[in-house]
Design a protein around this ligand. Structure first.
Ligand code: UD1
Length: 340
C-alpha cells in the first residue's frame, strides 16, 4: 500500500515509517516539523534505502491537505500528527482541541473526496480515564480523560468511529498506546523531546548522558510494591510493528471501527525502570524522591487480548531491550537530531 504517515518525522511516526518500508509498503510523510527535526528524514532514507517523500505543512490547513491528496496516490492514512503534552494542554486547551480535531477533519474530508477509506489512528491509554478497572480492556465503553490532550483522543476516536459507521467501505483502527519507549536498534533514530522531557524514559536517558543532574521520582507512597507508579512500557519497535499489523488487518476487520490496546500486559515501576536503565549504562544514576505529580494514576497496564488475537500482534521486547536501545540512541546523539 501507499501510506500517508502524518507526523512521520516524530518519535513513533519515524519508527513506523521504517517498519512500513521493511514490510514492503510505500510511504509519504506529512509533517510541519513543529516538534521534530527535518534531519530525521535523511536518516530514515539511509536506514530504509528508500526515498521518503515529505510534504511540510500543518494539516489544519484544509486546502493544502486537499492538494496533497490531489497530487499523491494514497491507499491508507496513519495519523500520528498532534499536540501531545498533557501539562501544556491544561493551560492551552483551545489550541489542543483546535489542532488535534481540525487536522483530523482535514484528513477525513480529503480522504472522502479521493476515495481513501483506510485509517489508523494514534490514540492513547489515557482514554480509559480514572475509573476503568486495571488491566484496561479494549471493550471498555465509558471513555473519558482528565486532560484536554486526552480528551482530544477520546473525541477523535468518536469522530472516526461515527464517520466509519456511515461511510461505505471505511475501516478505522484506533490504536491505544501504553507507554512507548526505546529506540531503533541502530541508534540512529529515537525520542528527541524539545526542552525538559515530560516523560520518564527520556528524562532518565538525559540524566545518564549528563544533560540533567538527577531524576525526580514523582512520589513513592503509592499503593504499589515499591511505592512508585507502575506503567506498561512497550518498545517503540513493537509499537511500530503494531501499526503494520493493524494496517494489514483493516480490510478483514468485521466492524468499521475497532480499538486495540498496544501494550505488553505487564506493569513496571518507576524504580524498576531506573534500575534497568542503570544496568544498560553500567553505573548508578542519581535520583531523589519528590512529591506526586498531579493527575498521575498509581498503576495501569493493558489487557491486549484483542490486539493479540485479531491483529496477531504481540510485544516481544523486554524492559532491558528498551533501556539498551534508548541508551544506544541517547549516548550516540546526546543532543538529539542535529539542526541541519
Ligand atoms: C504520560 C501522559 C499520558 C500520555 C503519555 C505518553 C500524564 C499524566 N500522562 O503518561 O497521557 O499518553 O505520557 O507517553 O502526563 N515520572 C517520574 N519522574 C519524571 C517523569 C515521570 O517519576 O521525571 C513518573 C510518573 O509519575 C509516572 C511514570 O514516571 O508514574 C511515567 O510517567 P510518564 O512517562 O510521564 O508517562 P505517563 O504519566 O504514564
Amino acid at each position: 500500500m501507499r501510506v500517508l504517515v502524518s507526523g512521520g518525522a516524530g518519535y513513533i511516526g519515524s519508527h513506523t515509517v521504517l517498519a512500513l518500508v521493511a514490510a514492503g509498503h510505500d510511504v509519504v510523510v506529512v509533517d510541519d516539523f513543529s516538534n521534530s527535526k527535518p534531519t530525521v528524514i535523511g536518516r530514515l532514507e539511509s536506514l530504509s534505502g528508500a526515498h521518503v517523500p515529505v510534504h511540510s505543512f500543518d494539516l489544519t490547513d484544509a486546502d493544502k491537505t486537499e492538494r496533497l491528496f490531489a497530487h499523491e496516490q494514497i491507499d491508507a492514512v496513519i495519523h500520528f500528527a498532534g499536540f501531545k503534552a498533557v501539562g501544556e494542554s491544561v493551560t492551552r486547551p483551545l489550541a489542543y482541541y483546535r489542532n488535534n480535531l481540525e487536522s483530523t477533519f482535514s484528513l477525513v474530508d480529503a480522504m472522502n473526496r479521493h476515495g481513501v477509506t483506510r485509517f489508523v489512528f494514534s490514540s492513547s491509554a489515557t482514554v480509559y480515564g480514572e475509573k476503568a478497572p486495571v488491566p484496561y480492556r479494549e471493550d471498555y465503553e465509558n471513555l473519558s480523560s482528565s486532560s484536554p490532550y486526552g480528551q482530544t483522543k477520546v473525541m477523535v476516536e468518536r469522530v472516526l468511529s461515527d464517520v466509519a459507521h456511515i461511510s461505505e467501505g471505511w475501516k478505522v483502527a484506533l490504536l491505544r498506546y501504553f507507554n512507548p519507549v526505546g529506540a531503533h536498534p541502530s541508534g540512529r533514530i529515537g525520542e528527541d523531546p524539545q526542552g525538559v522531557p515530560n516523560n520518564l524514559m527520556p528524562f532518565i536517558a538525559q540524566v545518564a548522558v549528563g544533560r540533567r543532574e538527577r531524576l525526580t521520582v514523582f512520589g513513592d507512597d503509592y499503593p504499589t510494591a515499591d511505592g512508585t507508579c507502575e506503567r506498561d512500557y512497550l518498545h517503540v519497535e513493537d509499537l511500530a510493528a503494531g501499526h503494520v499489523a493493524a494496517l494489514e488487518h483493516l480490510d478483514d476487520m468485521a466492524e468499521p471501527a475497532r480499538a486495540f490496546n498496544l501494550g505488553t500486559g505487564t506493569g513496571t515501576s518507576v524504580l524498576e525502570l531506573l534500575r534497568a536503565f542503570e544496568r544498560a549504562v553500567g553505573r548508578e544514576l542519581p535520583y531523589e524522591v519528590g512529591p506526586r505529580r498531579a493527575g498521575d494514576l498509581p498503576a495501569f497496564w493493558a489487557d491486549p487480548t484483542r490486539a493479540n488475537t485479531e491483529l496477531g500482534w504481540h510485544a516481544t521486547r523486554t524492559i532491558d531491550d528498551m533501556c539498551a536501545d534508548t541508551w544506544r540512541w541517547q549516548s550516540a546523539n546526546p543532543h538529539g537530531f542535529p539542526d541541519a
